[in-house]
Design a protein around this ligand. Structure first.
Ligand code: FRU
Length: 492
């Protein structure tokens, strides 16, 4: 891997297997999204990045920006390791009123330095819209108790608007520690949050936001990455619902996994997104096999950005993730059919294929059980919706199937089950991933990269039934659309 004059990585590989609509680094390794902030009409995406190799290593913050969350412009590395350590995960805020003294409107990044097995929290600021960052000369701003090895991933949010204060969440062993500050430099501990899921290993990458549910009530959602014990094995993300008063989080609601697939981790939401939108993006991998995922000149991709909402479900609430509407900006050719008759004897095979597809199924009858086979070459991903059993299953088979690593780098099958609680289903297929959304259930899986086109076939399992509507949209390749060259290198 080479660094060019500006410190960006260059990808010399053929682009054909690069995802069509998902974010990937130009070259090298990517894991967690970091520093997500919306400032002056621009979404910033920083990310854990090793520019020198396609494996985890000396971590930097890579940087990209977008005005529509889908088409990204790559920028030079924002933060590189120094004598205080590697640059681990963290967040960013816009300091409108110059509380920290770096300048009004400065973008301030809060990140973890990792040196040996010691972790401390630090700041860096940018007064040129994120083009360059200066590390604070008073770093580190927060040092953990002696001997505390896992003390990382600061998520900073503003609580209470202009008259309020800053809040920092840190992942510490199997807890989240909460701190507050008036100037981003001095932090006072205010709370410690544990949970029944303390046996899920070390916690990482905390996130906290408020959502108003569909019944009009407001709730706080705390999410954490757990290093093991997730539904599909390995690392995963838990959500805890509760109340937050600016200092203390009270976990008085439900607790659940946010994704049932193997590959959605360390999600972070954009601070300051317009119109009160709560949008997050996650790293599509799993620490159990991330290092073994199929190798190209880059390794690692983000999920599609997802808009979050909260739905009441009996006596509790569930997080609903919906691909951002901006994704529809990449729709090109479409196959659209209303009242699709399905017959158990014969699969319905729409005549539209694509390297990446957005499949939307509506009006799945409450008594129906249907199977959507997504094929490319000898690989197939089967999405099964069994409405009577309220079950959603995604299974992948064949050499373009799940990218589960292991010694061969390929596994042939994975069955993942969640609840199918809605008559609507959405499947986003790209060259190296599948994401399935059904009501409040989401299943995200990495696949072995392939440039063979996807084909869709739908059948009913038992009795004849019909679907209200079927839409299949071919997705336009964001790397070939005039603003970017074939290697995914957008011009700044
Ligand atoms: C989560 C994580 C973080 C850490 C970063 C290191 O995936 O392990 O806890 O800051 O990745 O790259």
């Amino acid at each position: 891997m080479e660094l060019d004059d500006e410190g960006s990585t260059r990808d010399e590989s053929p682009s054909s297997m690069r995802p069509v609509v998902h974010f990937t680094p130009q070259g090298g390794w990517l894991n967690d999204p970091n520093g997500l902030v919306y400032a002056d009409g621009v979404y910033h995406l920083f990310y854990q990045h090793n520019p020198y190799d396609v494996c985890w290593g000396p971590m930097h913050w890579g940087h990209a920006t977008s005005t529509n969350l889908i088409e990204w412009t790559h920028h030079p590395i924002a933060l590189a390791p120094d004598p205080l350590g590697m640059i681990f995960s963290g967040s960013a805020v816009t300091d409108e009123h110059d509380t920290a003294g770096f300048g009004a409107g400065a973008i301030v990044a809060a990140f973890t330095y990792r040196l040996g097995d010691r972790e401390t929290q630090a700041l860096a600021s940018s007064t040129n819209g994120g083009s360059t960052f200066a590390k604070f000369d008073g770093n580190p701003v927060l040092v953990g108790p002696d001997g505390e090895q896992d003390f990382r991933d600061p998520k900073v949010i503003r609580f209470g608007g202009a008259r309020g204060h800053w809040v920092m969440l840190l992942a510490v062993r199997s807890q989240v520690w909460i701190y507050t500050s008036h100037d981003l430099r001095t932090w006072v501990p205010t709370d410690t949050v544990g949970s029944a899921c303390a046996d899920l290993g070390v916690w990482e990458t905390p996130e906290l936001f408020e959502l108003v549910a569909d019944d009009g009530t407001a709730h706080w959602v705390l999410t954490i990455g757990t290093s093991h014990g997730a539904p599909a094995g390995g690392s995963g993300v838990r959500a805890l619902l509760g109340r937050f008063d600016g200092r203390r989080f009270t976990h008085d609601g439900d607790e659940f996994w946010v994704d049932h697939g193997s590959d959605f981790y360390a999600p972070q939401s954009w601070n300051g997104a317009p119109d009160d939108r709560r949008i997050w993006i996650g790293w599509m991998s799993n620490w159990l096999f991330a290092a073994d995922a199929v190798e190209t000149s880059w390794r690692g991709q983000m999920s599609v950005p997802r808009e979050l909402s909260l739905q009441s479900a009996g006596t509790t609430y569930r997080l609903k993730q919906t691909p951002v509407p901006e994704l529809a900006g990449t729709w090109s050719e479409a196959y659209i059919e209303s009242l699709v008759a399905l017959d158990p004897e014969r699969a319905h095979e729409p005549d539209l294929n694509g390297e990446a597809l957005d499949v939307i199924v509506e009006g799945i009858d409450i008594g129906a059980s249907i199977e959507i086979a997504c094929r490319r070459g000898d690989a197939v991903v089967i999405v099964r919706v069994d409405r009577p059993a309220s079950r959603l299953t995604v299974s992948a088979h064949g050499s373009g199937g799940p990218d589960l690593g292991g010694s061969s780098g390929r596994a042939t099958s994975a069955d993942i089950t969640g609840a199918a609680d809605e008559e609507r289903l959405r499947i986003i297929l790209d060259t190296a991933s599948v994401e399935v959304f059904s009501g409040t259930t989401t299943i995200s899986n990495l696949l072995v990269n392939s440039d063979e086109p996807w084909w869709i076939a739908i059948r009913t399992d038992h009795d004849a039934t019909s679907l209200g509507r079927l839409e299949i949209h071919r997705l336009r390749n964001i790397h070939r659309g005039g603003t970017a060259d074939e290697e995914g290198a957008f011009s700044a």
